[in-house]
Design a protein around this ligand. Structure first.
Ligand code: GDP
Ligand code: MN
Length: 385
């Protein structure tokens, strides 16, 4: 998961780093309320999960109140690389003499973190790497080693900066590394780190990527992830420990299955028949009737789903549990959406008996390929697909 600048700056602050923090607003009205308490000039910064904001007009300096709301409105109406700007970070502008780049990235090839520094930052690091590869300093950080004083000395010398900055740069690198380790980050990037006119080092823009597999350890980041998500069905599924995946906007089929392999094969086979999947829900491990019921409820609450395909191999999850769950869901909400149910495995007979009295049109199948054939049959009959 990528953290937007304002969240990265908040984390930097929490780790004692000198970040240029600002206020986050979501509308011009909200900004209007705080505009008298701000210190000008200001920098207005679009918050989007993509790079290149500056070039797209998403970073603007405003000298005084006159043009503030107009500029803010313009940014909040931008779409940058396909992302609508919904949040604006408003920070006090700083005067600086120099921009630098610093990051710690997890180097998968070497299996250790890599510290990268460049004395000429601000611009895209890929551009620097192409044009001035010799300007980029790299240190692999071996476990237990930490940021060594000689690294900081070399960075300052090579960048032509005064060793008077050693203490503050050392402190910044150590804290960035602590954040990287503690938050299970794959990337912590500051671009630019600036040397202000007052001779202080300040983090002006940041990006943090956290390992999704470690998110469960970080309640604050899980909360942030939910804040960022505006699809209520994804949130609903998450709260139930399911994974809801929107597939195609124009899709009409909902798929419920167990495990990503099964989901992908279902989608592939359905797509090959020129039918389109709207969404898929991964149940995760074994599921009880109650959980199956919730899964069906979530998928069918998408109004575009006109057919439901449930493809679960009844192993640890028994077929009678699956059937009971499906029946419970349909009974609770009077759904009329037709169903194709693959029911195979433990307690299949008991499952068939339960599902027999389902009040909507349904088809049963023994395996995935046959299940997809049944979907095709129903689709040929029902005009709605
Ligand atoms: P990015 O384009 O998404 O990387 O956004 P940044 O926050 O890095 O800003 C882009 C550039 O805008 C920086 O490299 C600076 O040159 C400039 N900039 C950002 N904040 C300030 C500021 O407080 N003062 C000044 N003078 N320039 C700034
Ligand atoms: Mn930047």
């Amino acid at each position: 998961m990528n953290l937007m600048e304002y969240k990265a700056q908040e984390l930097f602050g929490r780790f004692g780093l000198p970040a240029n923090r600002g206020v986050l607003v979501q509308s011009v009205e909200e900004l209007a309320k705080t505009m008298n308490s701000l210190t000008y000039p200001l920098v207005l910064k679009a918050q989007v999960e993509t790079g290149g904001r500056g070039k797209a007009g998403g970073v603007r300096i405003v000298k005084n109140k006159d043009k503030l709301l107009e500029e803010a409105d313009a940014i909040l109406n931008l779409n940058i690389n396909g992302f609508d700007v919904k949040k604006l970070y408003v920070v006090e502008a700083l005067n600086f003499q120099r921009e630098m780049y610093v990051s710690i990235i997890f180097d998968r090839a070497e299996k250790v973190p890599l510290l990268i520094f460049c004395g000429n930052g601000g611009v895209d690091i890929n551009e620097i790497a192409e044009e001035h590869p010799e300007d980029i300093i790299r240190y692999h950080l071996m476990p237990g080693m930490g940021i060594r004083g000689y690294m900081t000395d070399y960075i300052l010398d090579k960048s032509g900066m005064s060793r008077n900055l050693k203490e503050s740069l050392q402190d910044i690198l150590e804290k960035l590394y602590a954040l990287f380790l503690e938050k299970n980050a794959l990337l912590v990037e500051v671009n630019p780190l600036v040397l202000t006119d007052k001779g202080e080092l300040v983090l002006l823009d940041g990006k943090i990527t956290v390992d999704d597999n470690a998110l469960f350890r970080h309640e604050d980041l899980l909360a942030y992830r939910d804040e960022m998500e505006d699809n209520p069905l994804i949130l609903d599924a998450r709260a139930n420990r399911f994974l809801y995946i929107p597939i195609e906007d124009a899709g009409t089929i909902g798929v419920i299955s167990n495990g990503s392999g099964m989901i992908m094969s279902s989608i592939d086979l359905i797509s090959r028949k020129n039918l389109t999947v709207k969404c898929a829900l991964d149940l995760g491990g074994g599921a009880t009737a109650e959980r199956i019921k919730e899964a069906v409820r979530i998928v069918l609450s998408n109004p575009d789903v006109k057919l439901l395909f449930i493809n679960i191999f009844g192993g640890i999850t028994r077929c009678d549990e699956i059937a009971r769950g499906v029946k419970l869901a349909y009974a609770e909400a009077d759904y009329t959406i037709p169903l194709v149910l693959r029911l195979e495995g433990t307690n299949k007979e008991a499952g068939l008996e339960i599902i027999e009295s389902l009040p909507v049109s349904f088809q049963l199948s023994d395996d995935l390929v046959d299940g997809v054939e049944k979907i095709v049959e129903i689709s040929a009959v029902g005009e709605q697909l």
